[in-house]
Design a protein around this ligand. Structure first.
Ligand code: ATP
Ligand code: FE
Length: 331
């Protein structure tokens, strides 16, 4: 069995996965959304302190499995330095205590492997990663052969939901909140410009859309911002954010035949995005793969799933070489 630890942002999570059967034996996550909601975003110092409380609490629950653990895996990049450090410190301690090797896992590969929890991996696959820190299209041929085909030039898809939610004082994380308000809103009431719609390049941008929404909110606040206005702003924003992705993916699908496509990352839980991508994929004869909703946001099950492949490849890291990285240029 492999014990995996995830603490790259505001979720403390530990999983235990069987190496031979891929079975998830144990999985627990303690989220800090409520604590950060007050500030309208993640406060790194507070997140680190909460990990120090939560991670040992979860580890205690794993005690009965510890004699069977063959390696400890941990997210070491990318993420917040002070929170990654908490997971890495725990992994080092577990490694010394149990005399087992350490596996350093790339969080973004974790999101991709959320597709393969308790399942065999399936490559090649083209993946849209939409999360709090990233918006990328990745051509994934294997664990060690992944290339970025397109990415955002500024904000990420999920981040734009967080920022719009903050502008409207609706709380954090913005994604699920905006999605909920959108359900009662008219997505055609406000027209926001679709980012980069005139550009032939396949790349993303969300900062312009965010500013357009801010101007509209200012204008509405000048009169009075009723609850129906809020729902309509949310629905119109969400539609434009998704239209931008659809426009760019259409370009990609026209350029190359894609047999298998997937959406991963926290924002891949968005049902409107899922529905629209289902339509797009079916019109191109492409199979759409989705992670289970409970594995879209950060979790240790996906980190453990990557770690099994790294374990088979004997991809271990010396305790003194294990460090954290807040950013990664490529895969
Ligand atoms: P990264 O994985 O890039 O390092 P992260 O780990 O902070 O960033 P995730 O936990 O994967 O990000 O995803 C969180 C993001 O997903 C937040 O920005 C959140 O608002 C967004 N999100 C979650 N649910 C939804 C939803 N239903 N619609 C849109 N966005 C969503
Ligand atoms: Fe993430």
């Amino acid at each position: 069995m492999i014990l995996a630890i995830e603490s790259s942002c505001d979720d403390s999570s530990i999983s235990i996965t069987k190496i031979d059967t891929l079975e998830l034996i144990f999985h627990k996550k303690i989220s800090q959304e409520l604590e950060h909601s007050f500030y309208g975003g993640v406060v790194p110092e507070l997140a680190a302190r909460l990990h120090i409380e939560a991670l040992p609490k979860i580890l205690e629950e794993c005690e009965e499995y510890l004699p069977q653990i063959k390696a400890v895996a941990v997210t070491n990049a990318p993420g917040l330095s002070v929170t990654l450090t908490e997971g890495v410190a725990m992994a080092k301690a577990v490694s010394i205590a149990l005399n087992i090797p350490i596996i350093a896992v790339n969080h973004l590969k974790g999101h991709i492997y959320s597709l393969f929890i308790e399942k065999e991996e399936k490559f090649p696959i083209t993946v849209l990663l939409v999360s709090g820190g990233h918006t990328q299209v990745i051509e994934a041929n294997s664990l060690d052969d992944m290339q970025i085909l397109a990415k955002t030039m500024d904000d990420s898809f999920g981040e734009s939901f967080d920022k719009v939610s903050k502008m409207l004082n609706l709380g954090y994380p913005g994604g699920p909140i905006i999605e909920k308000y959108s359900q009662n809103g008219d997505c055609n009431r406000f027209t926001f410009p679709i980012p980069l719609s005139q550009s032939p390049k396949i790349e993303f941008s969300y900062s312009g859309l965010k500013n357009a929404v801010r101007l509209k909110i200012d204008e509405l606040e000048g009169t009075s911002l009723e609850s129906q206005d809020i729902s309509d702003v949310c629905a119109s924003f969400q539609k434009t954010a998704v239209d931008h992705i659809l426009q760019k993916l259409k370009k990609l699908f026209k350029q190359k035949t894609i047999k298998d496509f997937a959406i991963v990352g926290g924002a891949s839980a968005n049902l409107y995005l899922r529905r629209e991508l289902e339509k797009l994929c079916s019109s191109y004869g492409t199979n759409l793969h989705l992670s289970d909703l409970k594995y879209c946001s950060d979790n240790a099950a996906m980190i453990g799933r990557v770690a099994i492949e790294q374990y088979k490849n004997k991809d271990f890291i010396n305790i003194e070489d294990l460090d954290i990285k807040t950013r990664l240029k490529d895969y």
